[in-house]
Design a protein around this ligand. Structure first.
Ligand code: AMP
Length: 420
């Protein structure tokens, strides 16, 4: 397999799929440019080698060409960060894109307009009525799949090498994230640095694991984490279940949870996960106490109680001090740590303590030689909020993509390049 370190981009035109789907305010100012910065090592390597770049990305969820979702808004900032004046093609498959990509010289870069202005990028039909007859839906799906081939081929025609550095969309089999790879031979398709680092971090945790391996799964609902938990139960030594999920488990075990968040239709599932943990010799760690509130608000009255003795009308919004200590002891003995999801409603300042203590325990374990991977949305927000992101071994940029990767699924964006 070709790798970015080995590849010399001199004289090459690289189609680089990036994830520049950044948040913008109402004046189209970028409010968080992390995703652009994350792609810079790859882009700079290509330019420094003497190659040129054709940047492809999506922004938002447009249903067709929409000024609001134009990538033109971010062009000045990308130029500034990259240190070159990035050109722009106002249509990703139009004449401008073809002519400007053909005229690109070494050291130059061109950004294509939002790929998702075309339904062909995702390969899903648009504009169908909700009650459209099945035949019509079938025909529309077939038509878009057909035109997707031409779309993909056109994108591929601009370049001599394909680079995928968009980990955030690696779980999608879209034209620019996966299908395009078919048009390049095995020596001319490769992962960018960001993508490679993400893959290496997940594989270090899930495949080449140094034990003990502890996963900390938080968040609100068991139902959204079932597949991950099931896969982790075949891999980890310790599984800490925390956040809102705690109360479904506590209720299933016969505890009183007051009006804490709970999925009543998942009580049997919680018990079967506990049984599976036992069968697999996995130490499943649940909270023993909770910080409870008499209202779902930052200013609610609070008290600490045993997790299975929550009075009616009260709800658990974070873990208590005994649980913090229990979790920290497990984390401190670990050599591999995966953290996904807060221990409580960390958006409320008064319920951040548990998540902060887990974060600090992971920092300490990392300083003592453990490998720590944090990812999947809210735990990334946590480590950023607590200012400890740079003390983790790796903080993933992927939300859904990371979760599917941990579930053990094949990601189309990865498979298209390395074959698995
Ligand atoms: P998820 O998106 O599934 O990772 O869940 C993250 C969300 O879970 C955050 O918005 C938290 O506020 C929420 N959460 C964590 N603990 C609780 C809890 N005890 N009660 C209600 N929501 C919670």
């Amino acid at each position: 397999m070709q790798t970015i370190d080995k590849f010399n981009f001199s004289g090459q035109k690289a189609f680089v799929r990036v994830d520049f789907n950044v948040p913008l305010d109402e004046n189209f100012n970028i409010t968080d440019d992390t995703r652009i910065r994350a792609a810079l090592p790859t882009l700079k390597k290509i330019l420094n080698d003497g190659g040129s770049i054709i940047l492809g990305s999506h922004l938002g969820r447009p249903k067709g060409p929409t000024a609001k979702y134009s990538l033109k808004h971010i062009l000045p900032h990308v130029s500034k960060l990259l240190g070159v004046d990035v050109q722009f093609a106002d249509d990703c498959i139009g004449t401008q894109a073809k002519e400007k990509s053909a005229a690109l010289q070494p050291g130059q870069a061109l950004m294509l307009e939002n790929l998702r202005f075309y339904a062909e990028e995702e390969g899903k039909p648009r504009g169908l009525a909700e009650d459209a007859p099945e035949e019509e839906v079938k025909a529309a799906k077939k038509a878009v799949k057909e035109s997707q081939k031409e779309f993909t081929k056109t994108l591929a025609s601009y370049a001599t090498v394909y680079v995928n550095d968009a980990f955030g969309t690696a779980h999608r089999a879209h034209a620019s994230t996966a299908l395009i790879a078919e048009y390049f031979d095995v020596d001319h398709k490769l992962f960018g640095y960001l993508m490679q680092n993400e893959i290496d971090a997940v594989e270090k945790v899930m495949k080449n694991t140094t034990r003990p391996f502890t996963a900390i799964m938080g968040g609100s609902k068991v139902s959204s984490k079932i597949e991950i938990i099931e896969n982790l139960l075949t891999k980890v030594d310790n599984l800490i279940i925390t956040g809102g999920m705690t109360y479904t488990f506590t209720k299933a075990l016969g505890g009183k949870i007051g009006k804490s968040i709970c999925e009543d239709d998942k009580l049997d599932l919680a018990l079967s996960l506990l049984a599976k943990a036992k069968e697999n010799n996995v130490n499943m760690v649940l909270a023993v106490d909770a910080k409870i509130a008499d209202d779902f608000s930052n200013d609610a009255n609070t008290q600490f109680v045993a997790v299975d003795k929550i009075p009616d009308e009260w709800e658990g919004l974070d873990i208590g001090p005994k649980t913090e200590k229990l979790f920290a002891e497990v984390i401190n003995k670990s050599k591999t740590i995966l953290w996904n999801g807060p221990t409580g409603v960390f958006e409320f300042e008064n319920f951040t303590h548990g998540s902060r203590s887990v974060g600090e325990a992971i920092v300490e374990a990392t300083q003592n030689g453990a490998f720590s991977l944090v990812g999947g949305g809210d735990s990334v927000a946590c480590v950023n909020k607590f200012g400890i992101a740079d003390k983790m071994s790796y903080v993933s940029t992927g939300g859904g993509a990371l979760l599917e990767f941990i579930e053990g699924k094949e990601l189309p964006g990865i498979k298209a390049i390395r074959g698995y």
